[in-house]
Structure formats: C-alpha cells, structure tokens
Design a protein. Structure first.
Length: 265
C-alpha cells in the first residue's frame, strides 16, 4: 500500500477529463492537480516552451510527495513524456501510448484516425506509437485547432459547435477509418457531436480514460494502491490563473466540492 497522492499536470483545465476518469475508475485514490491556465493553451506553442513549462509543473508536483505522475495533456505528453519518464524514479504515465494501444485493439479495418491540437498532430507521435505496435496499420491525422476554443467558450452542444465539428471532420469522413482517437483532453466534451459527424460505425477512443486503465494496472503491479482505511481522499487542485474560475469549472465538471489554490511557478 502507498497512501500518497497521484500527481496530475495539464496546460489548464482540460486534464480534468482525465481526473474525472480516475475518480470513476479508482475512487479510493487521491489527486494533486496542477493546471497552467496562465500560460495555456500549449497547443500552438513551440516544443521548447512546452518542455520548459511542463518541467515547471513536474517540479511543483514533486514538492507534493506524489507516488506517480500522470501527464494529463496530449500536447505535453507528445513533447516531453519520454524525457520526464527517463529522469524521475516514480512512474510517469502519459496519455498517448495508452490511447494508441487501445486504438489498435479496437481497430478492425487497418486504418486509424487521430485528431488533436496542431502540436500533437505536427509531432506525429500517435502515428509513431501506433506503427511501433502495429507496423501495418495506416494512420490518418488531422489537427482540429477550432475544437479546444469551442469548448472553452462553453459551446459543446450548440448549432455552431455542431457545424464547426462537422466541417472540421470532413477530411476524416468516408476514408475507411473505423477507429478515431480523441487526442486532446478537451475532445471528450465534444464526443456526441464528433460521433454524430463520423457516424456510428466509428469507435471513439478517449486517451484519458485509457491512461487511467494503465494507472490501475501499475498501482496493482507495484502494490501502490491507497488504503480505504485512510478515509475519503482529500483532492487538492492548483492553478497558475484564477482559483475562483478554476473551482467553478472543476466543480461543474467533476460534480464534487474541491479545494483550489492559486500558485505562481
Ligand atoms: N471549459 C474549459 N475551459 C474553459 C470551459 C471554460 N469556460 C467554460 N467552459 N475556460 O475547458 C478556459 C480558460 N480559463 C480556464 C480557467 O482559468 C482561466 C481561463 C474544458 C473543461 C473540461 C473539464 C465550459 C465548461 C465548464 C464546466 C465543465 C465543462 C465545460 F465551465 F465545458
Ligand atoms: N490539454 C491540451 C491537450 O490535451 C489541450 C489544450 C492546450 O492546447 O493546452 O492537448
């Protein structure tokens, strides 16, 4: 047993979709979350900046005595997961390899689609990981720069949102893709519209949810689970922007009351 919390980092609030999966799949575990909303979004930034900023978040989490780190951001995982993983002596889980592996397991027709921010798609990391595990599988990548701003302006079910999602996904339709990876933390919020655009024949893969399955396997294998005797988990959330706004968004999404503090990194 290891009763220390699991550290989560993200460019902002999107990583809360991954935390929601942790609370659903592993309700006994305790979360320390840091979101860098003051410097978000990371998607359009340079790889060098993303590397520096993500390391700031890692150093912060290490001061909180975490037993494991989840990089709950596709963009940060694409750029620095391997570097962080190599340098720390606690497990570091990213969202990309679990998503790539789940997509291969689901895929039937040999062609997988991936959507994400410009940096995630430009890095071509999903293709690299998918083809590492399954060299014959074809990968079709598409950057959807309008999706995250849509969610952040609270447009997740409006007609405008439906139209933007449909228009953006046109290159993906009728290409023979039967599995589509949601390669950005914000996209699970657009899931109904994305499903409607690509049709029921396409299975959607939520990378965040898949990464929590890997967290579960690691906790079991290394016997790092938190004990129920510790009582209810006391999750702690930190943001580099407004604690008040973060708290509103997070409580609305997670449906629980939480503590939020502002930090300057
Ligand atoms: N959703 C997200 N980001 C926002 C937002 C949102 N505002 C409304 N909703 N703002 O991401 C980002 C910029 N802020 C962040 C905080 O600091 C200041 C700058 C998606 C959230 C994923 C959990 C809409 C909204 C909401 C609650 C839940 C879901 C949702 F308010 F889409
Ligand atoms: N969290 C980011 C991701 O999953 C999306 C938001 C951003 O660009 O910072 O790629």
């Amino acid at each position: 047993m290891d009763n220390r919390p699991i550290g989560f980092l993200d460019s902002g609030v999107g990583g809360l979709t991954v935390v929601k999966e942790l609370i659903r799949q592993l309700p006994q575990e305790e979360v320390v979350y840091i979101g860098d909303s003051a410097r978000a979004p990371y998607g359009p930034r340079s790889a060098e900046q993303i590397r520096d900023f993500t390391w700031d978040l890692v150093r912060f989490l290490l001061t909180k005595d975490v037993k494991m780190i989840v990089i709950a951001c596709n963009t940060a995982t694409a750029v620095v997961w391997e570097d962080i993983k190599a340098k720390l002596d606690i497990p570091v889980i990213g969202v990309i390899l679990p998503g790539a592996s789940a997509a291969i397991q689901t895929n039937q027709g040999g062609k997988i689609g991936v959507i994400g921010t410009p940096m995630t798609i430009q890095s071509d990391i999903y293709r690299e990981k998918i083809q590492l595990l399954s060299p014959q599988t074809e990968v079709m990548s598409l950057s959807c720069p309008r999706f995250a701003p849509l969610v952040e302006s609270n447009e997740i079910s409006s007609n405008l949102a439906r139209q933007v999602v449909y228009e953006s996904l046109i290159p993906m339709i009728d290409q023979g893709v039967d599995t589509l990876v949601l390669g950005c933390t914000h996209y699970p919020l657009l899931r109904p519209l994305i499903q409607e655009a690509v049709g029921d024949g396409v299975s959607l893969i939520d990378s965040g949810a898949e990464c929590i399955r890997d967290v579960s396997v690691l906790l079991n294998y290394f016997q790092l689970n938190r004990s129920w005797q510790e009582g209810e988990p006391n999750h702690r959330f930190y943001t580099t922007a407004s604690a008040k706004i973060f708290k509103e968004i997070a409580e609305n999404w997670l449906k629980i009351e939480i503590n939020v503090e502002h930090v300057d990194l």
